[in-house]
Design a protein around this ligand. Structure first.
Ligand SMILES: [Zn+2]
Length: 87
């Protein structure tokens, strides 16, 4: 969906510019998390995912496939679900 909506614009902005937008959005999410406005937090999560998807599209990464391949229902480190890793 993000490819359809924004790939032409993301391509003009480039990887570095899109990464910078993602970093800005992460900062906005961090600020929203300091408050209690659940709707604002929800919107910031959506923005972070959207910009992350844009960046993945620009780099030719299938973010869904990569995530499922790495995590596939268990922790990639301890191979357990739920994770049993010690902090
Ligand atoms: Zn683990």
């Amino acid at each position: 969906m993000m490819r359809h909506l924004y790939f032409h614009r993301d391509s003009e902005r480039g990887v570095e510019g899109t990464y910078n937008w993602l970093a800005d959005e992460l900062g906005e999410l961090g600020e929203a998390l300091k408050g209690e406005d659940k709707e604002a937090i929800e919107k910031e999560f959506a923005d972070v995912i959207a910009w992350l998807a844009s960046l993945a599209n620009l780099t030719g990464i299938d973010i869904e496939r990569a995530t499922v391949e790495k995590y596939s229902g268990k922790c990639p480190k301890c191979q357990k679900s739920p994770c049993q890793c010690t902090f």
